[in-house]
Ligand binder design. Structure first.
Ligand code: SAM
Length: 263
């Protein structure tokens, strides 16, 4: 048994470690790294994916919150640049210093959604992202408007990246085994990310999807204005529409109309 196997998994850090080398190879291959591409792994853990990434012909970095694992990863993979940090409050904007960066991670399931929320909107020069999350979250991340799984997260993510559901991963490839299926999602940058509208968009999708079964006119009663009426007319939207029927682009243009700085 190697030293990494002695680290007891910490539930609070979502530590479900991959134990199947074939799945690990398939995950890393799905990132389609080209020689020279810089890559950052989020949550390397006991190094299941790091071991494969370490053979990549290009800069490899890893960001880990667990200090015990940070020390172990540094000793085990000296060529990997390890950052001891929390992905939830990391300065993702700083990744612009690494143009063409690819991000990969078997993300801690308890914080995967808020972490992805931050990463897609703050990483401004990435090439691609590939994450493992709970299957249910993967479906939400890649859902289209009008579907049952479409919500605030889908609308937000869809305004910054193009998402794709890559494949499903069963529980038996992890130690300890999670109770649910997992899935791989891939994100590529959108040519027109909503950086300028991010603050208003965040507020808009959160307000609207808190009441997703209500009609737009009811939710926005206090904010209904001539400008909103014009927006409805231009997009052919009825005030009885429900938020889940509005595309990411439609929500972005509504956010602009509702943004007090555009009044
Ligand atoms: N990559 C390894 C694997 O596939 O076996 C570990 C994946 S495990 C699901 C999630 C990893 O993320 C753990 O190493 C955990 O310590 C780390 N982690 C948890 N919360 C984190 C956070 N907020 N920021 C950075 N890393 C975190």
């Amino acid at each position: 048994m190697d030293r990494a196997s002695f680290f007891a998994p910490k539930r609070s850090l979502g530590q479900n470690f991959l134990s199947d080398p074939n799945i690990c190879r398939r995950i890393v291959a799905s990132l389609e790294l080209a020689p020279g591409d810089p890559v950052l792994e989020i949550g390397p853990g006991r190094g299941a994916l790091t071991r494969i990434l370490a053979g990549h012909d290009g800069p490899v970095m890893a960001l880990e919150k667990d200090s015990e694992l940070v020390s172990w990863i540094k000793a085990e993979f000296p060529a990997v640049g390890v950052v001891h940090a929390d992905g939830l409050d990391f300065c993702w904007e700083g990744t612009r210093r690494l143009p063409g960066l690819s991000l990969i991670g078997n993300l801690p399931y308890n914080v995967a959604s808020p972490m992805i929320w931050e990463m897609v909107s703050r990483c401004r020069s990435f090439r691609s992202m590939l994450f493992m999350v709970q299957k249910e979250v993967a479906l939400r991340l890649t859902a289209k408007e009008g579907s049952r799984t479409y919500g605030a997260l889908s609308a937000w993510v869809g305004n910054f990246v193009r998402g794709e559901y890559v494949f499903t991963v069963p529980p038996h490839v992890f130690r300890p085994q999670p109770k649910v299926d997992s899935a791989i999602v891939r994100f590529l940058p959108r040519p027109d990310p909503a950086w300028e509208d991010a603050a208003a968009l965040s507020w808009t999708v959160k307000i609207l999807f808190q009441q997703r079964r209500k009609q737009l006119g009811t939710i926005l009663k206090a904010h209904w204005s001539e400008a909103v009426e014009t927006w409805c007319g231009e997009l052919g939207v009825d005030r009885r529409v429900r938020p889940e029927e509005l595309s990411p682009d439609a929500l972005r243009s509504l956010a602009r109309v509702l943004d007090p700085k555009n009044e």
